[in-house]
Every structure is written in structure tokens, then in C-alpha cells.
Design a protein around this ligand. Structure first.
Ligand code: NAI
Length: 354
């Protein structure tokens, strides 16, 4: 069953990790290292069962391969999932260090970073055990990547409104943001600063109240935000928010946000969105800013080079949308990334030197 899945999806290595002393259970999936060592976050999550955990890590690590390739980085794709034993089980230093030992054993083939449930503190604990980790607070570790992710998302949103013929500013546009966390909040601020109107929803009412006070945002219920009337819907919470029959109810012109795997079924739902005339920014292209930051630092890129690449997300999203033709944006983005994978190296000179 595992071999059947990893053969179909093309994974190189899947490592099941278990540490008795800390009760750590984790899976590291290295999908593809054609372009270089694979950098990917660790998701610490309360999974319903092992099958769900394995499915998540295989799918997410494959997405990282395309994300790194689309960003033209000399990096492959990988991801870790960590079994959270209960909803309120806090991450511990001992667990992080046990996790670091498994990462270290891969000798740099895999570079770990944060994802949902893993903080900079967790990374800092790991740094004492392995060099193959990014996103901690130390020198050259990069810290929290969310400002770079948010900047990339705002750039990608701009490409989408331009492609949709709505100009190139958020001024007077209505932007619906789902999830006001590390990325979503910063997106809201950028939209507000440019004169855009905000509709917001989050399961945390204190954060939506703050957005209402600081940005004049209109608070919408968590149930209604996806189908609220807007110029652009920006999903910044969890994945799988578009699909399962809600596409016909959408009242927006663009879907562009940071969440991974926004479409329940990228092929079917991507086609339904296209038929409805809704512009969709492929998630793994628009949300690559944080990866560009951490991978860039790991590869020795200068801060200017990193900023240039985050700014380039606007160009990449625009090119993908503009050249998609009959293809869906998701399909066009896979081809865009696949060009780098087929070449066996990044396509820009700066990357090739890294
Ligand atoms: P976060 O955990 O800081 O924020 C998520 C927010 O969504 C929280 O405020 C949470 O209360 C809210 N939320 C959860 N369920 C919700 C629901 N059903 N309806 C409305 N709001 C809900 O996460 P962060 O870092 O902002 O990331 C957001 C998404 O973007 C995640 O899916 C993450 O995997 C993805 N992403 C994040 C990157 C980063 O650099 N932080 C990079 C690439 C992807």
C-alpha cells in the first residue's frame, strides 16, 4: 500500500520515525531531490489515524517539489508530519530534539522548517542537534517566514486582479480574507493600507474584532466567508476550502491566498472554477515567499536577491495565468514547475550559481 502510493506519486524516501522516550511519532517524506536538497516544514497535527497522517505527508511533500521548482530554487520537495497525541499536547524540547536526530540522520538531504503547530522555539530546540533546520531565531536561521509569505501573496493577488482586468491596486476593491493568522493579518494590513475594503472571518473572534477596529473590516461568519460577495477571496486558514459543491455559490472574481491545497480536487474543481470565469492563483506559486526566504538563506542568497524573488511571484503568477490557454491555472503551474524539473536545474542564472 505504501509502495503503491509512493510509486504513483514519485517519492524517493519515506522515513517512519519513533522515539520511545518522548513518544515521538513522525513521518518524513522526501519527494524529489532533482533540483537539490529538499526543504519542507514539519506539521504537528492531531490526525484521526495513521492513514490520514501518511496521506497528508505524501501530498504535502509532493506540493513542496512543485513549490520549490516554481520558485526556481535549487531545492527539492519534502515535508514532515508529527503525530500530536491529543488536542492540547504541547510541543516539548525533548520531542524537538528527538525529531532533530532523525532529520540529522538524513545528512542534509532534508532541511526541516516550521509549519502548522511548529514554532520558531521548536526550531531553536532542534538547532542544538542538527544543522539541517531553518526558521529559528538564530543568525541566518531566517525566523518566522510569514512576512515573506504574506508579501508574496499580496504580489500574487496583484497579478490576479491585473489578469482579471480590475487594475493593479486594491483601492476600492472588496477582499474577503479567511483566517487572520500570521499571514492573513499581514495581507489584511496591505489591502487596508492601499484603500481596499475588507471582509474577514476567523474562528477567533478577538482577532476579527481587532481587524474591525484597526482596518474597518466587516466581520463575516466562518460559514459565509467563502461565498461572500467580493472581488477577491483570499483563503489564509486551512486547505480544501473550494470544492465539495460550493463553487457554484461563489460570488467572487478571484481566489488567491496562502493556504496550501485550496482546491479539494485540483483537476475537477480547477476546471469548474475556470468554467465559471473565476481567476485562481495556484497555491504553491503564490504562497512560496516563506520558502524563498528560508531556502534562499540556506543557499546563501543575499537579502536583496531574496526580496527580488519574492517580488517575482507577481510576474510568475501573471505569466502562468496569461499563458494557461485552455489549461486550468493549476495545470499550467504544474507545467511551469515541471520545466525546471525536466531541465534538472533552476532556469535563472542566479539560481544555477547557488
Ligand atoms: P496561522 O495558524 O497563523 O493562521 C491561521 C488562522 O486561520 C488562525 O487565525 C486560525 O484561527 C484561522 N482559522 C482556522 N480555521 C479557520 C476556519 N475554519 N475559518 C476561519 N479561520 C480559521 O497560520 P499561517 O501561518 O497564517 O498560515 C495560514 C495557511 O497558509 C496555512 O494553511 C499554512 O499551511 C499556509 N502557509 C503558511 C505559510 C507561512 O509562511 N506561515 C507558508 C505557506 C503556506
Amino acid at each position: 500500500m505504501v509502495f503503491q502510493d509512493i510509486t504513483a506519486m514519485g517519492h524517493e524516501n519515506v522515513l517512519f520515525c519513533q522515539d520511545k522516550a518522548t513518544d515521538l511519532k513522525a513521518i518524513i517524506a522526501v519527494h524529489n531531490t532533482t533540483l537539490g536538497p529538499a526543504l519542507g516544514g514539519m506539521r504537528r497535527w492531531r490526525y484521526a489515524n495513521e492513514e490520514e497522517m501518511l496521506f497528508d505527508v505524501l501530498r504535502l511533500s509532493e506540493g513542496m517539489t512543485y513549490k520549490a521548482a516554481a520558485a526556481d530554487l535549487p531545492m527539492g520537495g519534502a515535508k514532515t508530519v508529527i503525530w500530536k497525541p491529543s488536542h492540547d499536547a504541547p510541543p516539548t524540547e525533548a520531542e524537538a530534539k528527538a525529531m532533530a536526530k532523525f532529520v540529522d540522520r538524513l545528512g542534509g538531504l532534508y532541511i526541516a522548517a516550521e509549519d502548522v503547530g511548529v514554532t520558531t522555539e521548536y526550531i531553536d530546540w532542534m538547532v542544538s542537534v542538527t544543522d539541517h533546520v531553518m526558521g529559528g531565531t538564530g543568525d541566518r536561521q531566517g525566523g518566522d517566514p510569514s512576512p515573506y509569505t504574506a508579501a508574496g501573496v499580496v504580489n500574487g493577488m496583484r497579478a490576479c486582479i491585473r489578469h482579471a482586468g480590475m487594475g493593479d491596486t486594491f483601492n476600492n476593491l472588496t477582499i474577503a480574507v479567511q483566517g487572520l493568522g500570521a499571514v492573513g493579518w499581514k495581507v489584511c494590513k496591505a489591502v487596508h493600507d492601499e484603500g481596499g475594503k475588507l471582509l474577514v472571518a476567523d474562528i477567533r473572534s478577538e482577532i476579527t474584532q481587532r481587524a474591525s477596529a484597526e482596518f474597518g473590516a466587516t466581520v463575516i461568519s466562518v460559514e459565509d466567508i467563502v461565498t461572500a460577495q467580493s472581488d477577491l477571496f483570499c483563503p489564509c486558514a486551512l486547505g480544501a476550502v473550494i470544492g465539495n459543491g460550493n463553487i457554484e455559490k461563489l460570488q467572487t472574481k478571484v481566489v488567491a491566498g496562502c493556504a496550501n491545497n485550496v482546491l479539494v480536487d485540483p483537476i475537477e474543481d480547477g476546471a469548474l472554477l475556470k468554467n465559471k470565469g473565476v481567476v485562481y492563483a495556484p497555491d504553491f506559486v503564490i504562497n512560496g515567499g516563506g520558502l524563498i526566504r528560508l531556502a534562499g538563506l540556506y543557499c546563501g542568497f543575499s537579502p536583496d536577491e531574496i526580496d527580488k524573488r519574492v517580488a517575482n511571484i507577481e510576474h510568475a503568477v501573471f505569466e502562468i495565468l496569461d499563458t494557461a490557454g485552455a489549461r486550468t491555472p493549476h495545470d499550467a503551474a504544474i507545467r511551469y514547475a515541471q520545466r525546471r524539473l525536466d531541465a534538472g536545474h533552476p532556469l535563472t542564472a542566479a539560481n544555477s550559481q547557488a
